[in-house]
Design a protein around this ligand. Structure first.
Ligand code: ZN
Length: 252
């Protein structure tokens, strides 16, 4: 009898998200489209001193990708009064909604900084989820308002993020940390591929994030393309926007 083996492989989900709305998001979107990789772009109205995409470019971006809010002027929310913070959070949402004529449901905290009051304001402003800059995580988020990531496109991602390894409840995610520990000292691209390999083998979420202006400044375009192409070699990978990923969690 030719019995099919049951599918035992766990889902491997790739998510990408990109902050700040720089004009280089136009180049980044072309790269993602070339590899048919989904993404969420978090766009503020202003982010000095960067040149940001204009309204027409934003509309074009929104045809292929998910758009989330990133405040009005990219100020750190943990330093503002509640009224100022709410103005930034709601203003950023209304700015995008008016241009795109769509409800904006996702938010990213500028510089990843937030307090419990910030989370309350984000909920109050009607967002369904918010992304932090916590990384080295591959498991499902503890809360939709503190979504975490796996890796930033950044050469010294370990040095930059050491603080958030030991903060919070990271040790509840030993699998993510174990990949990190096995790859200490390696270039970020090797660490990124090691994370992807782990998620592909054991299941989970590989959430890559970054800034197109930083990729340009640090000349990381070729490495990013190498990584995107690498994920395309494997079968059984689901490329999702953050919103799509959240909906899969709700239906489980
Ligand atoms: Zn930002």
């Amino acid at each position: 009898m030719n019995r099919q083996r049951p599918e035992t492989r766990k889902a491997c989900v790739v998510i990408t998200s990109w902050d700040d709305g720089s004009i280089l998001d136009n180049e980044l979107s072309k790269l993602l489209n070339r590899y048919q990789i989904n993404g969420t772009f978090y766009v503020p109205q202003r982010c000095d001193p960067l040149d940001l995409i204009d309204e027409n470019e934003l509309k074009k971006l929104a045809r292929d990708f998910e758009i989330g809010a990133h405040t009005l002027t990219h100020r750190r929310l943990d330093t503002l009064s509640p009224a100022e913070a709410k103005g930034e959070i709601l203003g950023g949402k209304e700015y995008l909604s008016a241009i795109l004529d769509q409800e904006i449901e996702l938010f990213a905290y500028p510089e990843g900084k937030y307090t419990s009051e910030t989370i309350d304001l984000v909920k109050e402003c009607g967002f369904v989820a918010a992304r932090t800059t916590q990384c080295f995580r591959i498991g499902r988020p503890l809360s939709p308002y503190t979504l975490w990531t796996t890796l930033q496109v950044y050469p010294n991602s370990l040095g930059k993020a050491t603080g958030n390894i030991i903060r919070g409840r990271a040790f509840a995610h030993l699998a993510g940390i174990s990949v990190l520990l096995r790859n200490v000292g390696k270039p970020w691209i090797d660490l990124a591929k090691a994370y992807f390999d782990y998620v592909h083998q054991y299941g989970g979420m590989f959430h890559l994030w970054g800034h197109s202006w930083e990729i340009e400044r640090l000349r990381l375009w070729d490495e990013l393309e190498d990584l995107l192409a690498y994920t395309r070699i494997f079968r059984g990978v689901s490329y999702m926007t953050t919103g799509e990923f959240l909906r899969t969690l709700q239906t489980r």
